[in-house]
Write a protein that binds this ligand. Structure first.
Ligand SMILES: *Cc1c(COP(=O)(O)O)cnc(C)c1O
Length: 240
């Protein structure tokens, strides 16, 4: 039997509180300010009622499929206006829909996709905020810029119009130890620092302030390594 709506609200409120508490603890341990870390509530496996329940207390959501993001972002049934982020792989033919509905796109994994997003954003007369996805550990199965590919392409990337590069995103390898995960996340931070400090990035006005890393299983490690955005799904739906 599925739970009634009030029961769902109680459950996600408890889960959200626990996650926020753990984010605060990880910030304290790393001597970082709690306000420096933003939680994106990942809703890819969530039923719409669960999203509605979350929206009583939270307003930033992440979807990994452009189609589901487009469908949900236009529904006017949440308790407060929400911000929708696209966190999953994006095909170029879905770029327009992504620009129309996502306030931040985390998963820009190639120069061709970046150029497509730029052209769509130009058409729509907006500046699209986005993150470049980096495959820090070089796993075959993952998309994203390699660190060296990003270094080599950065001058061209920085010149792409109608986009604002907020920073970088990565995922740790599945099954990695805590130490390996930390190395992956620190690698992303170092790469971000290197790009941000380059004079080219400063001239063009991209902030490179964000590091989107950390999910249900590894967000405390990500915060220790400098994450400014954590993307958490499963933990919010415990018990549902
Ligand atoms: C699903 C997903 C998450 C959230 O993962 P959980 O393990 O459910 O917290 C974060 N980032 C991306 C890119 C995802 O696809």
């Amino acid at each position: 039997m599925s739970a009634g709506f009030e029961e769902i609200c109680d459950r996600v409120a408890v889960n959200l509180k626990a996650v926020n508490q753990e984010i605060s603890e990880a910030c304290d341990a790393a001597e970082r300010d709690r306000s420096a870390v933003k939680l994106v509530a990942v809703t890819k496996y969530a039923e719409w009622d669960w999203v509605r329940a979350l929206s009583r207390e939270h307003a930033v959501f992440g979807e990994n499929r452009p189609q589901q993001l487009a469908e949900r972002a236009v529904l006017d049934e949440l308790s407060q206006p929400a911000e929708w982020h696209l966190i999953g792989q994006l095909q170029r033919n879905k770029a327009r829909s992504a620009v129309q509905h996502a306030s931040l796109i985390h998963s820009v994994d190639s120069l061709r996709l970046l150029q497509r997003l730029s052209s769509v954003a130009g058409d729509l007369n907006v500046e699209q905020r986005l993150l470049l996805q980096v495959n820090v550990t070089g796993e075959e199965s993952k998309s994203g810029f390699s660190p060296d590919g990003l270094r080599q392409g950065i001058d061209e990337i920085l010149q792409v119009p109608s986009v604002h590069l907020d920073g970088l995103m990565t995922m740790a390898p599945a099954g990695a130890t805590d130490e390996e995960t930390y190395a992956c996340f620190s690698g992303l931070r170092d790469l971000r620092d290197e790009i941000r400090e380059s004079s080219a990035a400063k001239e063009v006005g991209h902030s490179f302030s964000e590091l989107s890393m950390g999910m249900s299983g590894d967000f405390p490690t990500a915060i220790r390594a400098g994450a400014t955005i954590v993307r958490i799904g499963r933990r919010l739906y415990d018990g549902l």
